[in-house]
Design a protein around this ligand. Structure first.
Ligand SMILES: NC(=O)c1ccc[n+]([C@@H]2O[C@H](COP(=O)([O-])OP(=O)(O)OC[C@H]3O[C@@H](n4cnc5c(N)ncnc54)[C@H](O)[C@@H]3O)[C@@H](O)[C@H]2O)c1
Length: 298
């Protein structure tokens, strides 16, 4: 399948990174968001991330110029997807919102277009079922930050055709990524394994077995993880972790996935990690120092 015209829906954390890597690799990218301010912010972020890549010798000024020329922004989905061969949806993680976007996309994108979603946890089969092209719907789960992280977890919905999977695998390789194909069950693979680890780390803190520093240091130095599970949870967003655990809990009906009550309390109180300024650690603009939140000081 010839996939040259790409539309990316949602210009947030993931959408700007996805648009960045497609544009950098010579694809024509239409970046679409309902919020015009978010599109401006995404373009600034893409330029800043290119400058960082250039400083490290991972990209050139020429590549930056060409990539920016490959990018067009839209607030109107109909305009943005009308010539798309592949749409990658990276809008907010909300089931009703995504079902609504895919219903619209089914009417607005050309009949031959493939529809991918970057969802972290929502069933691909369920999203595909609201379209009349379920065999052309697939999960394309990029990791954050997209320009840096090599993995793309590719998720086959129940009805996804083999041709479509093969095309998305080939395309991911063209982006310089390493694709891994998995089937559509709650949490796929990445989050099914990661989230119970994070939840268990939060339980260990909740039960007073060890402090934030101790838990993260044990996993960093003992297991060679680049960051501890509590720091990672702050980075992902505690609300996102909570939502994914609930998808696992409801999807399997197994209490082992139930979010730890401490996590539920933190999310309810608005302590969401990096994005809100405090979670297990405290974050101050301009400071890279890792400071444990006062609430968890022993
Ligand atoms: N943040 C991560 O680490 C991460 C990692 C992997 C996958 N994901 C998944 O990627 C998706 C996006 O997450 P994010 O962190 O970038 O979210 P985000 O909140 O940073 O961005 C979401 C964007 O979607 C836009 N949006 C909302 N409704 C829209 C609509 N109807 N049409 C067009 N745009 C719309 C919002 O304006 C916002 O700019 C989610 O499905 C999430 O689960 C996130």
């Amino acid at each position: 399948m010839d996939l040259k015209n790409i539309a990316v829906i949602g210009a947030g954390t993931m959408g700007n990174g996805i648009a960045h890597v497609f544009a950098q690799n010579g694809f024509a990218v239409n970046l679409i968001d309902v919020n015009a301010g978010q599109l401006d912010k995404a373009l600034q972020t893409i330029q800043k991330n290119f400058d960082r890549q250039i400083a490290k010798g991972a990209a050139t000024e020429e590549q930056k110029k060409n990539a920016l020329a490959n990018l067009t922004t839209f607030t109107d989905m109909a305009q943005g997807v009308k010539e798309a061969q592949l749409v990658v949806e990276a809008a907010t993680e909300n089931i009703d919102l995504k079902l609504n976007i895919f219903k619209q996309l089914d009417n607005l994108a050309p009949g031959h277009a493939l529809l991918a979603t970057n969802t972290s946890s929502i069933s691909i089969t369920r999203i595909a079922a609201v379209t009349k092209r379920a065999s052309q719907v697939i999960g394309m789960h990029f990791m954050n930050p997209v320009p840096v992280m090599k993995l793309v977890e590719i998720i086959n919905g129940y009805a996804t055709s083999k041709n479509v999977t093969d095309s998305i695998v080939a395309l991911s390789k063209q982006l310089g990524k390493v694709p891994c194909v998995v089937n559509d069950y709650p949490g796929f693979i990445a989050n099914r394994i990661l989230m119970p680890m994070i939840n268990e780390a939060i339980y260990s803190l909740y039960e007073g077995i060890a402090g934030v520093n101790e838990i993260d240091t044990i996993m960093k130095l003992g297991m060679a993880h680049p960051m501890g599970p509590l720091q990672l949870a702050d980075f992902i967003g505690l609300d996102t972790c909570h939502a994914i655990l609930n998808v696992l809990f409801e999807g399997f009906g197994n209490p082992k996935y139930a979010p730890c009550p401490l996590l539920t309390n933190m999310v309810t109180a608005g302590y969401l990690g990096v994005k809100s300024g405090e979670g297990f650690y405290k974050y101050e603009a301009g400071s890279k120092e890792l400071v444990v939140s006062d609430r968890f000081r022993l």
